[in-house]
Design a protein around this ligand. Structure first.
Ligand code: NAD
Length: 498
């Protein structure tokens, strides 16, 4: 069985650790690799290596650091299909979806290529007579990234390229459920010219994370994952005097106005709700039908019923399996709870069975649609993270806005309408960090930042874009006074001060 290497101090080494985790193909739950969890000594070596590398990496000019990102972007593009195939093998994502996962990461690397212009400070002349003030942007030191299973290419690439382009060194602890893709990303990063120790990749679960979180050499922590873990990491990192940004769970609503284009709404909601088996932090999990649009629910349910999950290389597959048997069990028990609480289950994917004999043991769940969902139901309150759409009905836009704003999450939302006035009111009043207008999943491109709110984000500065540069750097402000009396005069230095 293939054992997954770590990247420590520039070497891809296989830890002799006896503590291991099975990496499986979620389509049949067969083991495809074994992941050794790093020991405390190995974690300390990774930190020491990142610390030593920082001393020289921070002196490398920003334009040279950008060139590493340029080579990295080329390599990622050249290996795009290969990475996507690997990603599909350990997540079950359809090939197109896997390619999208890698592509959204490549876009962040392209943003990191612009680092010289993004690290310029400010200047002001004559802040007092003869005194000038100017600022520099300087890297922090060793940064840590902890990533979830659902985007094993995109989310690591949200973090280390921006941090490293800023002049930091980085320790990545990827999800233990799909570590093969992040290791391929690391391999190409080294090939692109990242010096020894600039990126380290270590493996494990909560023990490894908790050890790193208290290491005094680590200056900043980026986390993406579930709410309870995000809260724990934010509290522990900040208690240990580190900067932290923690992106957490979500419950994203789409509001459908009576003047919206019906066909566009239905087509968009199908992909946005069950695409990637609903395992996207920006998936639409609640559709809020305003006024008579509740009549569209039956048609939407019929479209969703036709979506077939399937294998990653089956072009007809709408999406793949859930990541693990535990994830499947959780989703099935929430579906059952929805039925028990009195929601109407219009489409029930709980006993979906894939036709292919060899894959019957995979973590399959068919598309599931509930209507008559109310705010007190567990299927509304909890993030399901599965191919399940909850439909709700309200009479007015004001009621829709109030409903979304009462929800404790604030990652993404969208409104479908032909009215500029309705769209303007929604974007202005909604308490959610990322808003789509006739765009179901409004993930910003990396020259903006990924700006979740409320329980979807703990911290101040968000991922990628200008906010990432501020997160991964310090600003140094210099106030300088030079005295004209000191100007030397002599045969070569004669200056007329008149
Ligand atoms: P998770 O919280 O279980 O794991 C995330 C990471 O934390 C993993 O690397 C894991 O090893 C580590 N971890 C797990 N338990 C820990 C503990 N007790 N202490 C310390 N570290 C621990 O999340 P997941 O299941 O991998 O990912 C799915 C979640 O991620 C969903 O809730 C989803 O909404 C969220 N997510 C959010 C965003 C966003 O931008 N807001 C993006 C993607 C995913």
């Amino acid at each position: 069985m293939q054992r997954v290497p770590s990247l420590i101090n520039g070497e891809f080494t296989i830890s002799p650790s006896q503590q291991t985790i099975a990496v499986t193909d979620p389509a049949n739950n067969k083991q495809i690799a074994e992941l050794p969890c790093n020991s405390d000594a190995e974690l300390s070596m990774a930190v020491a290596s990142a610390k030593a590398a920082f001393n020289s990496w921070k002196e490398v000019p920003a334009s040279e650091r950008a060139r590493v990102m340029m080579r990295y972007q080329q390599l990622l593009k050249a290996h795009h299909d290969e990475i996507a195939t690997l990603l599909s093998s350990e997540t079950g994502k359809t090939f197109d979806d896997a390619k999208g996962d890698v592509w959204r990461g490549i876009e962040v690397v392209e943003q990191a290529m612009n680092i010289p212009a993004m690290m310029m400070g400010e200047t002001a002349e004559n802040v007092a007579r003869g005194i000038d003030t100017y600022s520099y942007i300087q890297p922090l030191g060793v940064c840590l990234g902890i990533t979830p299973f659902n985007f094993p290419a995109m989310i690591p690439l949200w973090m280390f390229p921006m941090a490293v382009a800023c002049g930091n060194t980085f320790i990545l602890k990827p999800s233990e459920q799909d570590p093969l893709t992040p290791m391929k990303l690391a391999e190409l990063f080294v090939e692109a010219g990242a010096p020894k120790g600039v990126l380290n990749v270590v493996h494990g679960g909560k023990d490894q994370v908790n050890k790193l979180l208290v290491d005094p050499e680590i200056r900043a922590v980026s986390f993406v994952g579930s709410v309870p873990v995000g809260q724990h990491i934010y509290k522990t990192a900040t208690d240990n005097m580190k900067r932290a940004q923690c992106f957490a769970g979500a419950k994203n609503h789409s509001v459908i106005m009576p003047d919206a284009n019906k066909q566009q709404v239905l087509n968009n909601l199908v992909g946005a709700s069950v695409g990637a088996a609903g395992q996207r932090c920006m998936a639409i999990s609640v559709a809020v039908f305003v006024g008579d649009t509740k009549e569209w629910i039956a048609e939407l349910a019929a479209l969703l019923k036709d979506v077939q999950p399937g294998l990653w290389n089956d072009e007809a597959a709408g999406y793949g399996p859930l990541i693990s048997p535990q994830a499947k069990q959780r989703v099935l028990s929430l579906i059952q709870q929805g039925k028990d609480e009195g929601a109407t289950c219009l489409v029930d994917g709980s006993d979906f069975d894939i036709e292919k004999q060899d894959y019957r043991d995979g973590n399959w769940v068919g598309p599931t649609v509930f209507s008559d969902v109310t705010e007190d139901m567990v299927i509304y309150q909890q993030e399901i993270f599965g191919p399940v759409l909850c439909c709700m009905a309200v009479d007015t836009l004001e009621q829709a806005i109030a409903l979304v704003n009462r929800n404790p999450y604030g990652n993404g939302t969208s409104i479908f309408t032909a009215s500029g006035g309705a769209a303007r009111k929604y974007q202005h009043e909604i308490e959610v960090g990322q808003v789509g207008i006739n765009v179901p999943i409004p993930v910003p491109l990396p020259f903006f930042s990924f700006t979740g709110w409320k329980n979807s984000f703990y911290g101040d500065l968000h991922a990628y874009g200008k906010q990432a540069v501020r997160f991964y750097t310090e600003t140094k402000t210099v106030t300088a006074r030079w005295f004209e009396d000191d100007i030397a005069s002599g045969p070569n230095m004669t200056i007329s001060l008149k």
